[in-house]
Design a protein around this ligand. Sequence first.
Ligand code: NAD
Length: 371
Amino acid sequence: LTIGIPTEVVVGERRLCVVPDVVRKYRELGAQLLMQSGAGVSAHLGDDMFADVRFAASAGEVFAAADVVLCVQPPRTESIAAMKPGSVLLGLLQPWSSEERVRLFMERGITAFAMELLPRISRAQSMDILSSQGAVAGYECALIAADHSPKFFPMLTYAAGTIRPAKVLVIGAGVAGLQAIATARRIGAMVEAYDVRPETREQIESLGAKFIDTGVAAAGAGGYARELTEEEKAQQAERLAKAIAQCDALITTAAIPGRRAPRIVTAAMLARMKPGAVVVDMAAESGGNVEGTVAGEKVWIDDVLVIGPTHIASRMPIHASEMIAKNLFNFIAPFIKDGALALDWGDEVIAGSCLTHNGEVRHAGVRQALG
Ligand code: NAD
């Protein structure tokens, strides 16, 4: 079994899908590793750090020879077209973003596993890239907010008095939001948080933050949030506007799988924020939770700085790569025996994460979206 590791091609992507320790584990299962030379450089993982790996000079060589290709983000069209029929592709494949890519997987007979589709059940937690990278992103967003704030986050006593701690508001308390809350708390800020899923109250409070109750509860399928109705949006906006006006830093992380990010913070709400306040919109890449966010930019809206960071997890590629490498290994390793891959289609995790197999779209939601 040859496992291929190509260089990531998305601009701004610095993470790699393997790290040396995990390569060793694949070798113990009898797999051969074929890596594109230099693939790990952006994650500070030089070729010389990988033992027992063959290196290829080009991406084409890796895609053409591998039985299983691991990636962080989707490969280029020509690379997918070079894959062997029946081979496996595993990574964050953005199943909702490109119909053309899904059709190419089908045409080429590729068994594609999109880790975004991973069932969110307890057994799959160790394979969950969205969660591991959400934690990285949440941590980073809190640091970005602290770095750009003209105020201290912690309470600070100095010879002439005491500085009050900054007030941080986190909207969206999923994996990323909870990590943003925890990080802002560790730096010493006073934190308030809000999510439409009522079960987040306990999680928010356990981190020492205050839950904002808007009276809107919108738990949807699979442990995710659902889209709000117009009345619910109005009710949420009214209650949140006050907390937004009072905070020094606002971090938004709200998302609905496969949809544009919900627009929660309006221009009118921004206009009421304190001078010097900082907004970090983690949802910038999927349309933004904040009106006026520009993905990849920092914009001043009056005296409020609105930051739309992109490729957030790539800001710490060493640990982010380690997490992804372990997640992917935990997903595929149980099906590698004596150097061969034998997928169990009765396995809930395998079946649930499969985007395409044998020329068909296997995921019902994606099939429906394709029409
Ligand atoms: P996500 O990235 O899809 O969304 C982020 C947060 O935004 C969610 O908490 C969601 O409720 C919230 N949100 C959506 N619309 C909103 C709105 N209008 N206003 C405010 N908040 C809004 O979510 P995620 O962090 O990837 O996961 C969601 C939850 O799934 C987790 O918190 C966890 O409970 C569960 N989960 C379970 C497993 C598992 O059991 N294997 C793994 C990961 C996550």
